[in-house]
Structures are given as structure tokens and as C-alpha cells.
Design a protein around this ligand. Structure first.
Ligand code: ATP
Length: 234
């Protein structure tokens, strides 16, 4: 479904991605792991067209997208929920969700139907529909941000650190919800620093180090590797 081949991305003279190649197959959850500054967010921004790669190719559903506009990439069904839950603070939850469907050019009746489906995934948003974005807790904002992404009916949903800054019990729920979104038919590329919990719900994973793919394997094998490194260190 998504294939990056030899992608190099720079910020001026800083090389953030050093010829990375990765693949996400239809139906998968793929975890993209790594420390701060490893290049995870840059990878998502390069895929969604916010930054242009210097070299390499990106294919989505069999078509090159590395020189396509971000708006057109969204129209093709590739949705990026950025780090930091960027919802509109002055709009209600309902308005934030409705905005997620703009670009699909569908009647309001269909928007409302899709919103009901999103609220089945995030029932905790139901009592908050008329609340303004700024007044929500971190976890509620994250649900609203992902819910808005779902309103675009993505084929591939890219989530940047959905667990960041959330209380542990809310993090658990968040990962279970991502699993549910995937079971409902959406392919997921999940950027996380929380390696164990994200691998626990993923099929495969890639580990980025200083802009390079340092390892990639099934989630089970990567989890084993973390376990062994941990046991070896104690
Ligand atoms: P984090 O979890 O902290 O966001 P990350 O793995 O997502 O980390 P990136 O944000 O992709 O990492 O950053 C990769 C590299 O690119 C880092 O060295 C970072 O300092 C650099 N970088 C990121 N954004 C910019 C920018 N706008 N201008 C210059 N350098 C940048």
C-alpha cells in the first residue's frame, strides 16, 4: 500500500532521513520506533507531502506521491494526525470532526452518518460534542484529533505519538482503540517512543536511528529483542 525507497530528506544542510526504505501492507499496523530526533516525525511529514524528499521515491496504492500536493495526498486517502493533537481550540468537538470530512465533498447527511461511526470508536466524545477544543483534557484532544482523521475515511492513517503526554491508563485505552480502528479496516502507520505497547498491537516494526532504518522485523521478534536487551542489561 505504501512504499518508501531510498528516501533522503534534509532541513537545509541537516540530513534528517538517510535513504530510508520501508513498506506498509494493506491491513497492517506498522510501528515506527526510535529515540527523540531519530527522524520519525520527518518520515511522516515527508510521506504526507509537507516536506519534499531530496532523493528517493514514495508510492501509495501503486502511484508515486513524492511530488504530489499534501491536499491531493489527503484526497487519495492518506491521512496524517500530527504530534501534539493539533485540533482547532476555538471550535467545538463536533466542528473539529466535521472539518475532517471536508475535501470528500459529501452531503451533510453522510457527514452525520460517518460521525456516528467515529463516535462508536470514541464513545467518550459523545458528551463532549459541544465543548470547545481548548477546554478538553490531553486524552480527549487526542481522541478528537484521531476522530477528525477518521472522518476523512483514510485508507492509511498515520499517527504521530498518540500516547505522548497521556496518563498510563489512558495510554492503554488509546492503543486498544488503534487496534480497533485497524480491525475496522484501516491500515495504520504508528510513530511511537513507547516501543513495548506499540509493538504489542502492531504486525511489524521499523526502528530508526539517526535517520536510518537500524532494524525491521515482525513485532514479535522486535519485542523479543527488547526483552533480551533488557535482561542482558540487568
Ligand atoms: P521527536 O520524537 O523528538 O519528534 P523524531 O524521531 O520525530 O523525534 P524528527 O522530529 O523527525 O525526529 O527530527 C529528525 C532530525 O531533524 C533531528 O535531528 C531534528 O533536530 C531535525 N529537525 C526536525 N525538524 C527540523 C526543522 N524544522 N529544521 C531543522 N531541523 C529539524
Amino acid at each position: 500500500m505504501l512504499r518508501l525507497n531510498g528516501v533522503e530528506t534534509r532541513y537545509g544542510k541537516i540530513v534528517a532521513l538517510r535513504k530510508i526504505s520501508l513498506e506498509v501492507k494493506e491491513g497492517e499496523i506498522v510501528a515506527l520506533l526510535g529515540m527523540n530526533g531519530a527522524g520519525k516525525s520527518t518520515t511522516l511529514k515527508t510521506i504526507s507531502g509537507l516536506i519534499r524528499p531530496k532523493t528517493g521515491t514514495i508510492e501509495f496504492m501503486g502511484k508515486r506521491i513524492d511530488h504530489v500536493s499534501p491536499e491531493e495526498i489527503v484526497r487519495q486517502g492518506l491521512i496524517h494526525v500530527p504530534e501534539g493533537r493539533k485540533i482547532f481550540p476555538g471550535l467545538t468537538v463536533r466542528e473539529n470532526l466535521v472539518l475532517g470530512a471536508t475535501g470528500r465533498k459529501i452531503p451533510m447527511s453522510q457527514v452525520n452518518k460517518d460521525m456516528e461511526e467515529v463516535l462508536e470508536v470514541f464513545p467518550d466524545l459523545i458528551p463532549l460534542m459541544d465543548r470547545l477544543g481548548w477546554s478538553l483534557s490531553g486524552g480527549q484532544q487526542q481522541m478528537c484529533a484521531i476522530g477528525r482523521g477518521l472522518m476523512a475515511k483514510p485508507k492509511l492513517l498515520m499517527l504521530d505519538e498518540p500516547s505522548l503526554g497521556l496518563a498510563p491508563v489512558i495510554v492503554q485505552n488509546m492503543f486498544q482503540t488503534i487496534k480497533k480502528i485497524n480491525r475496522n479496516g484501516t491500515t495504520v502507520l504508528l510513530v511511537e517512543q513507547n516501543a513495548r505497547q506499540s509493538l504489542a498491537i502492531s504486525h511489524r516494526g521499523y526502528v530508526l536511528e539517526a535517520g536510518k532504518v537500524a532494524a525491521h522485523d515482525t513485532a514479535l521478534k522486535l519485542l523479543d529483542g527488547i526483552q533480551n536487551a533488557y535482561l542482558g542489561a540487568t
